[in-house]
Design a binder for this molecule. Sequence first.
Ligand SMILES: Cc1ncc(COP(=O)(O)O)c(C=O)c1O
Length: 369
Amino acid sequence: MYRYPVAEPDIGEEELRNIVEAVRSGWISSKGKFIDEFEREFANYIGMKYGVAVSNGTVALHLALVAIGIGPGDEVIVPDLTFAATINAVLYIGAKPVIVDIHPEYWCMDPDSVDRAITPKTKAIIPVHLYGHPCDMDPIIEIASKYDLYIIEDAAEAHGAEYKGRKVGSFGHVSCFSFYGNKIITTGEGGMVLTNDGELAERMRILRDHGMNPKKRYWHEVIGFNYRMTNLQAAIGVVQLSKIDKFIEKKRRIAKIYAEELSSTPGITLHPEMPWAKNVYWLYSILIDPSKAKITRDELSERLEKEGIETRKFFYPLHEMPIYAKYGIYSYPVATTISRQGLNLPSSTKLTEEDVRFIARKIKESVST
Ligand SMILES: Cc1ncc(COP(=O)(O)O)c(C=O)c1O
């Protein structure tokens, strides 16, 4: 247990009351009023028509890919710097992931690299809004329209983030969210796929429920899955959703304090927010340039750990891991550098202003002495 965790669930009495209500009602599996409410309200919050609640963010991606009809022989473009679930979902369906580099200024998929990676086999692009910062969607949408590709947004880390005033998760043909315990809102485990396409939503509902015909019980027309969310999870989700703006405000306040304290520290690059972006700073992150700071990223992480301050090193670039290396057919200078320099800092909504200032000062002290 760290005194200052990177993230932690922020769950209160209201969530508990809803869970008790769900348990007392007997609706503890995947039917019940909270599921419908959570799907409707979350879709509405992001600005999409339909929500399909599922058991986690990984299966959200898998379900979306299956429902769209992507499979063997198809290529799907993914960024080099992301959590492995993004590329794994592509591999589950037998399609070929194509890894592209990220942008140096905002750490998400680089649209120019996407453009260069298009082949006649490309079927979809999965932009990942990393650590709370949106991707640059306009050029990605332009490429997708030009080559008739699907956009599947991976918004697992960016609930409520905005691109040019519009929430991420409202740009793709589908968008996928995670409600894991460390996410901006949580249901314990959980996920959701959003879309404006009613037929696609219906297909995902059927696939989520064993591929069963909704009008003819135990009659299966497609090979489906059990990817359903429980009413208990959704009972937490609806309350969490009612607090989302408060959580985001807190994350942005934490970011502001880190930025104030660390802005002129040699060797530290702050978590960016591009002029077109609203970053929700899911995990406030910094880069430590070893040629300018007095210590390396890894040394800083160790030093902070001794003070009870948890940090996380950035994801490894996908192309470096042997199981994914063959999908890394380009060069990845940006992702490689940023992955080695990046550190996620404590970003829990339960941190006080004094906590964040204390952590920031410890960082400053450590990199300057
Ligand atoms: C970018 C990204 N995609 C997908 C996932 C998968 O979500 P889950 O853990 O709910 O399966 C996560 C995180 O956990 C993630 O960070």
